[in-house]
Design a protein around this ligand. Structure first.
Ligand code: ADP
Ligand code: MG
Ligand code: MG
Length: 249
C-alpha cells in the first residue's frame, strides 16, 4: 500500500531525509523510533504533503499511485491521515463543522453523497462516546482550549470518522497520562483492520505495550538504520540510541 524508495527531502535547504526506504502492506502497524531531530516528523509531513518540505529524490507509491504528485488535500481524500504532534487551533470553526467538512470531502472524492446534518450529528455523537468525549465537545472551536488528552481524543475521533487507509500518528503519546494513553491505544486498536495501516512515531516504548506493532524501525540521520519486530522497541528502551553512533564510528 505504501512504498517509499530512497526518499530525500530538505527543510529550508537543509537535507533532512537522506535515502529513506520503507514498505508497508495493508493491515500492518509500523512503529518508528529514533533520536530527536532524526527526521521522524519530517517524514510524516513529507508524506502528508505539508508545505515547507521539498523532496529532492526518491519516490513514494501509495495504493499504486505516485503520492508525491498529489497535493495535501488529494492525499487526505485518498485515505492518508496525519495526526499532528501539535494540533492546530482553528478558533471560530466548531469541531462539528470542521469534522463534517473533512468527512464530506472524502466522501465526495469517493463518489458518495455528503452526510445530512442529522445523520452526521448522530454518527459524531456515537464516535464521541467511543473515545470518551462529551457530546458538547463537538460544539467547541477546533482544538480551542482543549487539554492535551482532549486534543488526542479529538484526533482519534477525526480518524474514526474519516476512516483513512493509512494513519500516521506523530508522537500521539507525548504529554498523555496513562489513562489517556489507554484511550488512544484502544481507539487505534479498534481501527486496526486488514485494509488499514499505521505508522506510529513514538519516543517511548510504553505506547507500544498498548499498540503492538508488526515492525519497529529506527530512524537516525534521515534514514532507517535498523528494523525488527516489536522486541526491538524493548532493546531501544534499554540501550537508547548511543549504539547508532557507536556502530557507524
Ligand atoms: P524528529 O521528529 O525526528 O525529532 P524532525 O523531523 O522534527 O525530527 O526534524 C529533523 C531536523 O529538521 C531537525 O534538525 C530540525 O531542526 C529540522 N527541522 C524540522 N522542521 C524544520 C523547519 N520547519 N525549519 C527548519 N528546520 C526544521
Ligand atoms: Mg522531535
Ligand atoms: Mg518529531
Amino acid at each position: 500500500m505504501l512504498s517509499i524508495k530512497d526518499l530525500h527531502a530538505n527543510v529550508e535547504e537543509k537535507s533532512i531525509l537522506k535515502g529513506l526506504s520503507l514498505d508497508i502492506k495493508p493491515g500492518e502497524v509500523h512503529a518508528i523510533m529514533g533520536p530527536n531531530g532524526a527526521g521522524k516528523s519530517t517524514l510524516g509531513n513529507v508524506l502528508a504533503g505539508r508545505e515547507g518540505y521539498s523532496v529532492t529524490g526518491g519516490s513514494v507509491q501509495f495504493n499504486n499511485e505516485a503520492l508525491l504528485d498529489l497535493d495535501a488535500e488529494e492525499r487526505a481524500r485518498k485515505g492518508l491521515f496525519l495526526a499532528f504532534q501539535y494540533p492546530v487551533e482553528i478558533p471560530g470553526v466548531s469541531n462539528m463543522e470542521f469534522l463534517k467538512a473533512s468527512v464530506d470531502a472524502v466522501r465526495e472524492a469517493n463518489g458518495q453523497e455528503p452526510y445530512s446534518s442529522v445523520d452526521f450529528i448522530k454518527l459524531a455523537r456515537e464516535k464521541c462516546k467511543a473515545v470518551n468525549l462529551p457530546a458538547d465537545f463537538l460544539k467547541r472551536g477546533v482544538n480551542e482550549g482543549f487539554s492535551g488528552g482532549e486534543k488526542k481524543r479529538n484526533e482519534l475521533l477525526q480518524m474514526m470518522l474519516l476512516e483513512p487507509t493509512l494513519c500516521i500518528l506523530d508522537e500521539t503519546d507525548s504529554g498523555l497520562d496513562i489513562d489517556a494513553l489507554q484511550v488512544v491505544a484502544d481507539g487505534v486498536n479498534a481501527l486496526r483492520s486488514p485494509e488499514r495501516s499505521f505508522i506510529v512515531v513514538t519516543h517511548y516504548q510504553r505506547l507500544l505495550d498498548y499498540i503492538v506493532p508488526d515492525y519497529v524501525h529506527v530512524l537516525a540521520d534521515g534514514k532507517i538504520v535498523k528494523s525488527g519486530g516489536k522486541e526491538l522497541a524493548l532493546e531501544l528502551e534499554k540501550d537508547g540510541y548511543r549504539w547508532i553512533a557507536g556502530e557507524s564510528a
